[in-house]
Design a protein around this ligand. Structure first.
Ligand code: PGA
Length: 248
């Protein structure tokens, strides 16, 4: 099965023209492009093969929430995926697991696919607390949706992104990722009360993925794709990652 590759442009590029150019140059089947909100419409118009994603969404439908963007507004622009709970939002903006839980509910209710990001800090990893942290994040982040229909839950995407691996050029090892996939699956089966082999939730890896190391992760059938930041700003790199994903 071909892999799910997500391009997270973060707060890049700086202009509409650059965003359109980057979108046109990256447009590939099998890729989801998540530009900043302000470029969603331009990017949408530039794409014919890739799908459109957003980097966040607010949980209320409308109202007095200055600066926020609702799932309905995103849907109207053709957004099919939303990144929820990225560590940069958790750390820079104080986004809590309780807020993330509300966002997960709003996104799923709107019929958009959420990409829930979880990950531990370097210190938590060194202290042997990775599973404790990820387990807690999953438990709270999914607490509003645990009783959803099975078919809807199966549309979830979970991105395991160790914080220390993001933007550092040092990815996690594929072996650890495989261990985390097993752990995440077993936690999900506990939360959703289903046998783990029936779960079809996609579990993807993020953190310093590039054209050179993508194969190490994507060759494993257990790893369903990659969330790519820095390398997604280079069309040749992201296309290479998508190609690798198609081989496996
Ligand atoms: P990176 O970012 O690929 O630049 O490490 C990944 C992410 O933050 O989603």
């Amino acid at each position: 099965m071909s892999k799910l590759i997500i391009a997270n442009w973060k707060m890049n590029p700086r202009s509409r023209r650059e965003a359109q150019e980057l979108a046109r140059a990256s447009d590939t089947e099998g890729l989801v492009i998540c530009p900043p909100f302000v470029f969603l419409d331009d990017v949408s118009m530039a794409l014919s093969r890739s799908k459109l994603g957003a980097q966040d969404a607010f949980w209320e439908e409308d109202g007095p929430y200055t600066g926020e963007v609702s799932v309905e507004e995103l849907k109207d622009l053709g957004v099919e995926y939303v990144i929820v709970g990225h560590s940069e939002r958790r750390n820079n903006l104080g986004e809590t697991d309780e807020m993330i839980a509300k966002k997960m509910l709003a996104v799923l209710r709107a019929g958009i696919t959420p990409i829930l990001c979880v990950g531990e800090t370097r210190m938590e990893r060194e202290d042997g607390k990775t599973k404790e942290v990820i387990g807690r994040e999953l438990e709270i982040d999914l607490s509003e949706i645990f009783n959803f229909q099975f078919s809807i839950l199966n549309s979830l995407v979970i991105a395991y992104e160790p914080i220390w691996a993001i933007g550092t050029g040092t990815p996690d090892t594929p072996e650890n990722m495989l261990d985390m996939v097993k752990f995440i699956k077993s936690r999900l089966s506990g939360i959703f009360k289903v046998i783990s082999h029936k779960l079809r939730v996609q579990i993807i890896y993020g953190g310093s993925v590039n054209g050179k190391n993508a194969e190490l992760f994507l060759k494993h059938p257990e790893i369903d794709g990659a969330l790519v930041g820095g390398a997604s700003l280079e069309p040749d790199e992201i296309k290479k990652i998508v190609e690798i994903g198609k081989k496996h």
